[in-house]
Design a protein around this ligand. Sequence first.
Ligand code: SAM
Ligand code: SF4
Length: 438
Amino acid sequence: MKSPDPRTFEVKSFGCQMNVYDGERMAELLEAEGLSAAAEGEEADLVVLNTCHIRERAAEKVYSDIGRLMKRDQAPMIAVAGCVAQAEGAEIPRRAPGVDIVVGPQAYHNLPELVRQAARGERAFDTAMPPLSKFGALPARRKQGPSAFLTVQEGCDKFCTYCVVPYTRGAEVSRPFGAIVDEAKALVDAGAREITLLGQNVNGWRDGDGRGLEALIVALDAIPGLARIRYTTSHPNDMTEGLIRAHAEVEKLMPYLHLPVQSGSDRVLKAMNRSHSAESYLRILERVRAARSDIALSGDFIVGFPGETEAEFEATLNMVEAVGYAQAFSFKYSPRPGTPAATMEDQIAPEVMDERLQRLQAALGRHQLAFNQASVGKRAALLLERPGRKPGQLIGKSPWLQSVHLETDAAIGDLIEVELLSAGPNSLAGAQLMKVAA
Ligand code: SAM
Ligand code: SF4
């Protein structure tokens, strides 16, 4: 038993934006219980490691973090939350006896009770997966930065053969329409000017009346004070005509789409159980571009899926050239225990994966720079989000999700009109033109 009565806490979130959202919600829960967030540099009495299980390296990180925490003069109470908690459960304290609490992503509304159990020296585990019940048990949203996440859909029924999400986050479930709109209004009241709707398959969101994500986007569009709407992550198969049309019709919906493709080879896509082909993916993007010609496209890629040949990898490079992504995330395939691909034959050698990832990232980097350079000279609205490195400098996001830094006397949370002046691979510089009316 340690820290019998934790007063301060720290939540460290790893992995996807849904974990960032969950981490914020856990912090709100702990604050509602009277704990306070540890100050910068202060050692918290309770540390929540909100973990990611998507790739081996992410999953192993939690154990090195626990080791580091246990070396403190006064070891904190340690809670492992997130997808590693769900996937490894009771195995975690066996491997890392310093862990006091294990709580899965569908059970974290019970965190305060688990903290009390741990403080009494009792077993504090909860990896139950009751869909959605946590949302009803969470406290009100608190003060927000200008850009907020809002989880609308969880879980996944797609079962891509490499992926642990269907096992750690459970079946696809959509939160009710009214609850989402209420939370969006609360976020705006708390200071948010941009909301990103989140889900593992966010565009698979449906409600009992058959409404799809575009209906939610239209409802958010009507919230006064909200200036921008985004959504992520989408699956190609759920990219409906209605949602594509929303990109043409809803002004607050930003011209950005993250649509993972994973591979450009149809054989690999089939082995991944992706249920789209390279061609059908490209056709979807054509329709999206027809609706919104300036849309910035982003994607996810995996190199070195079992059996991937050089020619199949080159098909992925061809996909990159065909699409011209504005941004992208690319990963080496990581075998995950319990997934079908982990036991497939022809696992690819690490050095082959390294070499392919380098080539892929070089191509993606080239396109990202080209996209940024093509923005130079444009006028755009910028949502100011955080301080820049130099005094008087702030960093904001363009409609295309580019980071833009500039000198300005405007404040964080303001939307200002800028001209984009110069571009690098990861950010742009801009100059303020005039303040945009709120
Ligand atoms: N649901 C989303 C989708 O289907 O695109 C994203 C889910 S996942 C959190 C984010 C990305 O991680 C995936 O798009 C994929 O590129 C990558 N990923 C998932 N499992 C992986 C694995 N076993 N090895 C390497 N990358 C993986
Ligand atoms: Fe994982 Fe595929 Fe579901 Fe995305 S669609 S979460 S990659 S199983």
